[in-house]
Design a binder for this molecule. Structure first.
Ligand code: AP5
Length: 200
């Protein structure tokens, strides 16, 4: 089963597409934003700490996320996985390389969704109005998330490109077309007999 990493700015469609591919391939998605929001909702100590960062549009400390993802990757490795929202910093990406090496796993694709900033802001403001997600409610927080993305997450594009592992997808088209493009990439990998081969 494929092991996929989704990259892209806030609002690029990582969660939407992770959900669709997880359903299409009957595989789990590991969404760090969802995991953190569940902690916040359950009012755990971790959730209370994370909420402060999330509401400010900042990233939650790396150590918290690495521990969280490690537990998820260990669950059922044979089913493949989709990482949505992790890694998000260079230290997280480096920790993931080590984690996967220790677990005898590897990723098949790093899929980067490209969407212009003005489209991202419009999508997130609309979701804030419809669903009341607290970090979408205020344009200033959305702009802060985009700034944090540019400073801390965008460097991952070069990180994975240098490894020859990055694939870019235009995320500024309908959800159906984005999904089609992503599945074509994953399917291409499958047909080439590369899925789950543990390339390193
Ligand atoms: P997270 O939940 O990961 O938020 P995000 O990256 O800001 O991602 P979004 O959910 O906003 O965007 P998305 O790309 O998933 O787009 P989506 O599909 O939802 O993280 C939240 C917070 O948690 C972070 O700010 C941070 O504090 C913390 N956190 C999480 N992971 C962390 C980590 N690894 N390290 C440290 N901190 C971490 O779509 C957005 C909207 O657009 C939706 O309404 C959707 O319907 C719409 N849409 C999607 N695709 C399309 C399309 N093609 N056309 C039109 N509309 C579309």
């Amino acid at each position: 089963m494929p092991r996929l990493i989704f990259l892209g700015p806030p609002g690029a469609g990582k969660g939407t597409q992770a959900e669709r591919l997880a359903a299409a391939y009957h595989m789990p998605k590991i969404s760090t934003g969802d995991l953190l929001r569940a902690e916040v909702k359950a009012q755990t100590p971790l959730g209370s700490q994370a909420k402060v960062y999330m509401d400010a549009g900042e990233l939650v400390p790396d150590a918290v996320l690495v521990g969280m993802v490690k537990g998820q990757l260990q669950k059922s490795p044979e089913q493949g996985w989709i990482l949505d929202g992790f890694p998000r910093t260079l230290p997280q990406a480096e920790a993931l390389e080590e984690l996967l090496k220790d677990l005898g796993q590897d990723y098949d694709h790093v899929l980067n969704l490209d969407v212009p900033d003005q489209v991202l802001v419009a999508r997130l403001l609309a979701r804030g109005q419809e669903q009341g997600r607290s970090d979408d409610a205020d344009e200033a927080v959305i702009l802060k998330r985009l700034e944090v993305y540019r400073q801390q997450t965008a460097p991952l594009i070069d990180f994975y490109e240098a490894k020859g592992r990055l694939q870019r997808v235009n995320g500024n088209q309908s959800m159906e077309l984005v999904q089609e493009h992503l599945q074509a990439l994953v399917q291409g990998c499958s047909e080439a007999g590369k899925l789950g081969s543990g390339r390193r």
